[in-house]
Design a protein around this ligand. Structure first.
Ligand code: JHZ
Length: 394
């Protein structure tokens, strides 16, 4: 693996601190470097933090916090039922049940290692295994359920270190003609938008179609369709089947998107060196914007205390002296402090936007949704700061 980016020492993105934890000053930092594997074309972080440290019984992120994601899961559930008519669906990384709630309880299984989240789907009546996805839980499932004909996993497989174990376990439980659907942020979109904040300790990988295809070859699986999504700043949904399954034809999108990636030189190391240069320029520009606004005594807050903004703010050293507070709707993030920068997070309430000059768009991936919601702030002359695709005031 060849390293191409160093994002410095970073705290764990979803470890929001309570006042007590803040005073203990025991926060842990990890070097965040990114590399490119010349052979497999896989982009991944270099130092991997153990899953247990990141995905515990207090994991705060909830996939149901935006209407964009709620809508995306609803649409997908309709599509899955119509197209694949699964008798039993298994979701790996079910979070708070935003997708699984559209399936009947006796036709769905959940895997969710974070106990606080697993409790939510269990309470709603879904059989939930609160375990990390691996062969041991796959064996448990296979011994109870004979035929799993659809496996779905969004924004989860990119968080698991051992991909061979991930796909061996999937292959073990997936029925002969079963379908695997995975979706994760798209590497090409990340590179195009200079969205270096897609890298944090949880995101061990940022997948491309080419890297997924190479991986699938090792497991006798193959991508038979790909869909581009607008979610999470640009994601890819991969539809995968066993190579031996000839019932499903390979859609021409696979070749088309693969060619797009190759034309973009996603398989060449030089692309990543250019990306690094854009990241460094982006850092300089963002720091300049914040400092010049602060010199003019402007009041700045943040909107959406995302994992992504933890990377940006720590990399650019923008702390609680520059951003007064963040607003967020997530119950387990509010009344806490952002990792590393210690910016306070307040429970969202539109009055918190009064008398604010600038808002840093931590959740830039929900720009459309947020701008629609905050029309009043914009009408009153309030402006947003975004670092995507280039640091700017909008
Ligand atoms: P959002 C997380 O990343 C972590 P993050 C994880 N590792 C991952 O892979 C991706 O998700 C998928 C808030 N918000 O989705 C809610 C408002 O307050 O971009 C969230 O805290 N008001 C699992 O954290 C945050 O913004 C709003 O109106 O980068 C969005 O977080 C909206 C729309 C959002 O993921």
């Amino acid at each position: 693996m060849k390293k191409f980016l160093n994002l410095g020492k970073q705290p764990l993105a979803n470890k929001y601190l309570s006042k007590k934890e803040l005073s203990k000053k025991k926060e842990q930092f990890y070097r965040l470097q990114i590399g490119f594997d010349i052979k497999s074309k896989l982009v991944s972080i270099v130092n991997i933090v153990s899953s247990k440290k990141m995905f515990d019984n207090k994991y705060p992120y909830r996939s149901s916090m935006s209407s964009t994601m709620r809508e995306s899961f609803k649409e997908l559930s309709i599509f899955i039922k119509k197209k694949f008519k699964p008798d039993l669906i298994l979701e790996i990384g079910s979070n708070d049940g935003s997708l699984i709630k559209y399936f009947k309880k006796n036709k769905a299984l959940c895997i969710e290692p974070c106990k606080n989240l697993a409790k939510i789907t269990t309470k709603k009546g879904y059989k939930t295994y609160s375990e990390y996805w691996n062969m041991s839980v796959a064996k448990k499932i296979k011994s109870k359920y004979e035929k799993i004909d659809l496996i779905y996993s969004a924004n989860t497989l990119s968080h698991i270190p051992n991909l061979d174990s991930v796909f061996n376990s999937i292959s073990y439980v997936l029925s002969k003609n079963g379908v695997l659907i995975i979706e994760d942020p798209s590497l090409m979109e990340c590179l195009k938008k200079t969205a270096y904040d897609q890298f944090y300790n949880e995101h061990i990988y940022v997948f491309s179609l080419i890297s997924i295809m190479n991986l699938m070859k090792k497991h006798n699986l193959e991508v038979f369709d790909v869909k581009k999504l607008k979610t999470h700043g640009g994601s890819m949904r991969y539809f995968i089947k066993r190579k031996s399954n000839k019932n499903l034809r390979i859609n021409k999108n696979v070749k088309k998107y693969l060619n797009e990636e190759l034309n973009f030189k996603i398989d060449k190391f030089e692309t990543y060196i250019k990306f690094r240069k854009r990241v460094e320029a982006s850092k300089k520009k963002l720091i300049n914007i914040f400092h010049s606004l602060k010199k003019r005594n402007k009041k700045i807050i943040g909107y959406g205390s995302t994992a992504k903004s933890v990377t940006v703010l720590n990399y650019c050293k923008i702390n609680n002296k520059i951003i007064d507070y963040f607003v967020d709707t997530t119950p387990d993030k509010t009344n806490k402090y952002m990792p590393g920068t210690h910016i306070y997070i307040k429970k969202y309430n539109k009055n918190l936007l009064n008398n604010i000059d600038y808002i840093f768009l931590g959740a830039w991936n929900f720009k459309k949704e947020i701008f629609k919601k905050e029309k009043k702030f914009i009408k009153k002359g309030g402006r947003f700061i975004s670092h995507i695709p280039k640091p700017n005031i909008i």
